[in-house]
Design a protein around this ligand. Structure first.
Ligand code: ATP
Length: 236
């Protein structure tokens, strides 16, 4: 059975329909890359799954239950954590405080301060530093580590490599690679197509709120995705 099922989901910003009839299914431990041009609806779809944006139609099921009407904090309790674009850390608080704040908001599980520091060792010497004083890569690591502290079964990552140095991106993806072994499912919005294909089992391309391509990452070529990206290929 799928961990996450999205059925004919629609989401709007006022009159603008940003997500149009999206169907998705994701199993435990799977990594799905969500790609598409600016404005394709990726962020809105992630936020709708997390409960940060209300769906205007359709259903979201998680672990067998219909969660469409649940607010974000109740979805977090069930194991859906979002790392939003722009990180949204408490910049005046230390890294440790940022991590500990999240601990009580989700579920109990294997992720504790000790285990997230094993996954993100670059944060260990920064625990007492103000989050606002960290480099972009360290802030992004803190944001992902904070989400892990809620022991998610589904981690939604919105453009985590945006604005980071190549070395920082490399280090982040190295840490992310270990997560599927913990059965955590991941939906990854990533502009770098090569990286998205390398990190994911499955790829979905959105264009103007609709899925224009879906396939196994191993069978997906850059050309095929780029065609779907710009609407040059037929449907799924
Ligand atoms: P990006 O890569 O630029 O973040 P995206 O694929 O994540 O793009 P969304 O941010 O979900 O796309 O935007 C989908 C559509 O909804 C776009 O047309 C965008 O302009 C519009 N939109 C997004 N946020 C808002 C908002 N707060 N108010 C009005 N329209 C919005």
């Amino acid at each position: 059975m799928s961990l996450l099922t999205v059925e004919r989901l629609e989401a709007r910003h006022g009159l603008l329909q940003a997500v149009r009839g999206v169907d998705l299914a994701l199993g435990a431990g799977e990594t799905l890359a969500l790609v598409g041009a600016n404005g394709a609806g990726k962020t809105t779809l992630l936020r709708a799954i997390a409960g940060a944006h209300r769906a205007s139609a359709g259903r979201i099921r998680f672990d067998g239950a219909d969660i469409t009407a649940l607010p974000a904090h109740r979805r977090l309790k069930r194991g859906i954590a979002l790392v939003p674009e722009g990180r949204r850390l408490f910049t005046g608080m230390t890294v440790e405080e940022n991590l500990l704040v999240a601990a009580g908001r989700g579920r109990a599980g294997r992720w504790t301060l000790a285990t997230v520091l094993e996954a993100f060792p670059q944060l260990r010497p920064k625990l007492k530093a103000r989050a606002g004083d960290l480099s972009g890569g360290q802030q992004q690591a803190t944001a992902i580590a904070r989400a892990l502290m809620s022991n998610p079964r589904l981690l939604l990552l919105d453009e985590v490599s945006l604005g980071l140095s190549p070395a920082a991106v490399e280090q982040l993806y190295l840490s992310l690679r270990a997560l599927p072994a913990t059965e955590t499912a991941i939906v990854l919005v990533e502009q770098d197509l090569g990286r998205a294909l390398a990190a994911a089992n499955r790829v979905v391309c959105l264009l103007e709120g609709r899925i224009t391509y879906e396939g196994a990452a191993a069978e997906t070529t850059r050309e095929r995705v780029m065609a779907a990206y710009f609407g040059m290929a037929g449907g799924r």
